[in-house]
Ligand binder design. Structure first.
Ligand code: ZN
Length: 62
């Protein structure tokens, strides 16, 4: 899974939840330079929603 982690060369959003009993983790890196990490289902959900709304593909809609 490590090769899915976003890098400056391959920006994006990566969410990992190894098992139902393990808190989800996420990392995001946008081509605009913004980056964020989150741990725990609620934080990961917020990160994904925020990234989707404001970064990544959202840049193309403006
Ligand atoms: Zn961005």
């Amino acid at each position: 899974m490590a090769d899915l982690t976003p890098t400056p060369d391959r920006p994006g959003l990566h969410v990992s939840k190894p098992s139902p009993n393990t808190p989800a983790t996420a990392s995001a890196l946008c081509h605009c330079g913004a980056s964020a990490t989150a741990k725990g289902d609620a934080q990961v959900k917020a990160l994904v929603e925020g990234y989707t709304a404001h970064h990544g593909p959202a840049h193309n809609r403006r």
